[in-house]
Write a protein that binds this ligand. Structure first.
Ligand code: XBP
Ligand code: MG
Length: 252
């Protein structure tokens, strides 16, 4: 039996549905403010989400003729404005946590399991979500906040997970990742970390080959049961995802 010592959480799409009504809206506000005509509608943003990282996403849209050509410095400046708009949206309380996230975080924290963040998003965006959606006490409860440009290669590369593990000094085999996207799943698995997927509208059609559990959400005991979309370890009674399920995945 391999002990579950650490859970690393993705942020966007996993802790909260931040993309459509958070990041996308903030990008569009920054574009408008800069006098650009380009807007990313819900569908277009879905296509762009295959590119992880906001600045990388902007570069990709420039290449395909969406955003006008601009220097690396201008991309960084526009992205910095986007982050400020995003922080405001989060501070306004517009983006709640996904169902079951706080329950599972609290359960794991109470058991002394090391908790960490492994995300592609910018540290300032992450900080806003922790402060306003989770609560300030979580700054101390997460043992590592691995975010953004701290590693050069973003997901699906394993670098951000490897970085988090190095900081914690915990082996990959004792760690489990919670993710929402195909790129996030590839990243965790490439770092030899087991991976549980909670899909969302943007990621439902993606591939999660090798994932250890695929569900519609973490869910709550008092709510209707969640949808189980992939259960390679044949876990029983997945009405909602519990710490016991995560431990069973590690043992399998
Ligand atoms: C999230 C991302 C991020 C956000 C935008 O991916 O790719 O880029 O979309 O945040 P994951 P920034 O959930 O796999 O970490 O604009 O701050 O990059
Ligand atoms: Mg994600």
């Amino acid at each position: 039996m391999t002990e579950l010592k650490c859970i690393l959480w993705d942020v966007d799409g996993t802790l909260a549905d931040t993309e459509r009504d958070g990041h996308r809206v903030a990008f569009n506000k920054a574009f408008e403010e800069a006098g650009l005509e380009r807007r990313w509608d819900v569908e277009t943003y879905g296509e762009l989400l295959t590119v992880t990282g906001g600045k990388e996403r902007m570069k990709f849209d420039i290449k395909r003729g969406g955003l006008p050509d601009m220097s690396v410095e201008d991309i960084a400046a526009l992205h910095a404005r986007k982050t400020i708009h995003y922080q405001t949206l989060i501070a306004d309380g517009l983006i709640p946590l996904r169902k079951g996230v706080l329950r599972l975080l609290e359960e794991a924290y109470a058991e002394g399991i090391t908790l960490g963040i492994s995300t592609t998003t910018t540290p300032a965006a992450l900080d806003a979500l922790i402060e306003h959606s989770l609560g300030k006490e979580w700054f101390d409860r997460f043992a590592v906040l691995a975010a953004g440009d701290i590693v050069p290669a973003k997901k699906p590369a394993p670098d951000i997970y490897n970085y988090a593990l190095e900081q914690l000094g915990i082996p990959a085999e004792n760690t489990l990742a919670l993710e929402d996207s195909g790129n996030g799943c590839l990243s965790a698995l490439a770092a030899h970390i087991k991976c549980v997927i909670t899909i969302n509208d943007y990621t439902a059609q993606q591939k999660f080959e090798g994932a250890d559990l695929i569900v519609s959400e973490l869910g709550e005991p008092e709510s209707d049961g969640i949808q189980v979309l992939g259960n390679p370890h044949a876990l029983d009674d997945v009405h909602h995802v519990t710490l016991a399920h995560l431990k069973a995945i590690m043992g399998a």
